[in-house]
Design a protein. Structure first.
Length: 514
């Protein structure tokens, strides 16, 4: 993964602000050079004077041309190259006709033109312009027998121009990198603000880290008791899914515990940290030589983000600041996603028993039935009702009755799979859908629920033991008995009341009246 900086990171206004001083100085300096040549030095012939004026005028034109093309959206690089080559030709001719007393001014003119090209594009056009003019100068100076100290002066001026161009280019790249990182942060903030899904948050984090930082590996970890869940783990071009590690001894745990970032530019040096040992995640064939991580904390989220490289000193403090910014936004987004998921979950559940409410259970069983139809698998439905629950409430009170409802749902959850669904149909009546379960398997589940309920006891306020009431159950199977969910529920409900009419504490699987 490489960190790529776009060359079009500056706006036209920003280009103009940086370019305008060079344009103005270039015009003034070229005009002054022409005037000085014509007034202060002897011109050999009118032809020399004409060439001096013509080259100066063309130089001014090419400087102004940079101003003209600064806001082009397409083709700008091509025009910069063209103008740089044109400037090189003009400056070579101009230097040939300039009086030798002021010939060194050509380097100032080279610098201004190369600076303008460098501001609008990469260093390539600026270097071609500089080296073209310098090469021509040395050929002319050597052929004219210029003294060694004059040649050294010309070389020093050329090196100074080169260093100036490189300095400007490095500053430009630093500015572009910062713009790029600000764009990443702004884009992450914009997208993450409207994201309420945890998986999407991690996808956005993955994109942000890849776009903003040059790392061989990185992970986003959340803390769960004594375990770290690496929700996002990338190492050397490969993603690893659902990785869990013990938090003890990890750098990540140190960050979470101390709530501060950790910057380790060279892991070949000894790490002086308490309770930290080397823990390898992802691939183990390459040693990590630089590492940094920051904590990630919000109301319902605690974790860390870490990036690493196989090279020492791969990161600097600006990378650390950027990672901290990403982590802050990630923590808030994950906290929002957690809160949204909690609210959404609560809207699906019965407030007392925390099983699915009536509406969400119907939605769930419809989805399960569709899947079973596509896979040619059965779906069994159990309808349960607590026997004589009104009398039980009247005798022991509604608080005990609520505890019975909660206990029944806990018992049901003990005997069903995570792929099954439990819902409160209303009052003391509950539904259990069992995808991929035959009638015989449903009967086994119902029998285990019945037996467990019979063995349970609860205590009242006086700490007296109270037995739980029995339950009656009716079972129907989709699609063997009906391929309509409404009819399936109705059939199971009818069999439930057959079980009640037969004496209660029964399991009924056929539609016969007692």
């Amino acid at each position: 993964m490489k960190n790529k900086v776009k060359r079009s990171g500056f706006t036209p206004q920003e280009h103009l602000i940086s370019l305008l001083p060079a344009v103005i100085v270039g015009i003034v300096l070229s005009g002054a050079t022409i005037a000085s040549s014509l007034t202060n030095f002897q011109i050999a012939s009118p032809v020399q004077g004409i060439w001096l004026v013509l080259c100066g005028s063309l130089y001014i034109f090419q400087i102004i041309f940079y101003y003209i093309i600064h806001d082009l959206e397409t083709g700008k690089l091509r025009w910069v190259w063209t103008n740089a080559l044109f400037a090189a030709a003009i400056l070579c001719i101009w230097s040939y006709f300039l009086p030798k007393e002021i010939n060194h001014l050509i380097y100032a003119l080279v610098f201004i033109s190369a600076l303008s090209a460098s501001l609008l594009a990469s260093r390539g056009p600026a270097h071609v312009l500089l080296f073209g003019v310098v090469a021509f100068q040395f050929i002319i100076n050597l052929s004219s027998g210029l003294p060694l100290h004059e040649l050294i002066t010309h070389l020093g001026l050329a090196i100074t121009v080169f260093v100036g161009i490189e300095t400007v280019q490095q500053l430009r790249n630093i500015a572009l990198l910062r713009i790029k990182r600000l764009e990443v942060i702004n884009e992450l903030s914009r997208q993450i603000a409207s994201t309420l899904e945890t998986k999407q948050v991690f996808a956005l984090l993955n994109a942000a880290i890849q776009n903003a930082l040059e790392a061989d590996a990185y992970y986003v970890a959340t803390l769960h008791d004594d375990q770290l869940h690496l929700e996002l783990l990338y190492d050397d071009g490969e993603y690893f899914q659902d990785v869990w590690i013990d938090k003890k001894g990890t750098l990540c745990n140190w960050i979470i515990t101390h709530q501060q970032g950790l910057f380790l530019p060279n892991l070949r040096d000894r790490i002086e940290l308490d309770d930290v040992e080397v823990v390898t995640v992802g691939k183990d064939n390459k040693p990590t030589l630089s590492w940094m991580g920051v904590s990630m904390r919000a109301s319902h989220v605690e974790g860390a983000i870490a990036i690493s490289s196989y090279r020492p000193y791969a990161f600097d403090r600006s990378d650390m600041d950027l990672l901290q910014n990403i982590a802050q936004r990630a923590a808030l987004a994950l906290d929002n996603a957690h809160h949204h998921a909690f609210v959404e979950k609560q809207a699906q559940l019965d407030s007392l028993t925390e099983v699915y409410n009536h509406g969400y259970f119907i939605k769930t069983i419809q989805e399960q039935a569709q899947t079973c139809r596509e896979q040619n698998q059965p779906l069994s439905l159990i309808m349960l009702d607590i026997d004589y629950f009104k009398h039980y409430n009247d005798r022991f009170g509604h608080l005990i009755g609520d505890e019975v409802l909660i206990s029944l749902c806990n018992v049901i959850r003990q005997h069903v799979k995570s792929t099954d669904a439990v819902g409160r149909w209303g009052g003391e009546e509950f539904c259990v859908s069992l995808p991929n379960a035959s009638k015989e398997q449903a009967v086994q589940v119902a029998q285990r629920i019945r037996e467990t309920m019979a063995s349970l006891k609860i205590k009242n306020a006086e700490q007296l033991t109270i037995p739980l009431p029995t339950v009656s159950q009716g079972i129907a199977v989709f699609p063997a008995e009906t391929d309509d969910i409404t009819s399936l529920i109705d059939l199971a409900d009818k069999r439930l009341y057959v079980a009640k009419n037969r004496g209660r504490d029964q399991i009924e699987t056929v539609s016969t009246e007692a």
